[in-house]
Design a protein around this ligand. Sequence first.
Ligand code: ADP
Ligand code: MG
Ligand code: MG
Length: 252
Amino acid sequence: MLKIDNLHVRVAGRDILKGLSLDVAPGQVHAIMGPNGAGKSTLANVLAGRDGYDIVEGAVTFGGQDLLSQEPEERAAAGVFLAFQYPVEIPGVNNTYFLRSALNAQRKARGEPELDSMQFLKLVREKLAVLHLKDELLHRGVNEGFSGGEKKRNEIFQLAVLEPKLAILDETDSGLDIDALRNVADGVNALRSPDRAFLVITHYQRLLDYIKPDVVHVLADGRIVESGGPELALELEQHGYSWVADRKAPEA
Ligand code: ADP
Ligand code: MG
Ligand code: MG
């Protein structure tokens, strides 16, 4: 589904990703862990198509299509979803309205009919039920005055409505108390499906107590330096990230 091959990315003149390769199959959950500054958010932003990232070398395909040549909107329509570490507030723009516009833009780009407000409301009700959410978030401005936990819940709700093929969560767990963390994890688990993959980026192992990844990768200094099963996350928890410093892939 997602294939990243020898990706080199420069940010503000500095090499940040230095030959990163990754293969994600439909239905899988891959966790990306690594120290601060390793390039985790850079990877997420490059996949979503944000500005300011210089692709120096390498290729990324998504469903067999060249992802890097696509505009962010095309990527979203193709099914790539990025939940931000710090979700933006859009005061005065109704959350439901915002989400319907986003969904319809994607449907239009795919050549699918847009949903009218009744159809959208039906979809929203279904998703709220799946996630065991109340509708209180729907009528407020986008993330306006939301608590940390509410913002994360809203991201999961966005994910549920947009039904992406690949969901990238960049430190969705940062700053959450244990109840909010469980909420997020329950949401992700409810949305796991054989045709949807997750890239769960996290600095801490605790989220992975609740979201069981199929594969855990350690990203350090711009490369994947170690991959393994869920037990790798526990080893990291015990030994810390300094432990991977000794295991860095040799200079090419
Ligand atoms: P992580 O998410 O793993 O903590 P990032 O991908 O955010 O790491 O950052 C990797 C490195 O790239 C850091 O050294 C960071 O300072 C640098 N960096 C990221 N974005 C920018 C930017 N817009 N301008 C300059 N440097 C950046
Ligand atoms: Mg960081
Ligand atoms: Mg980051």
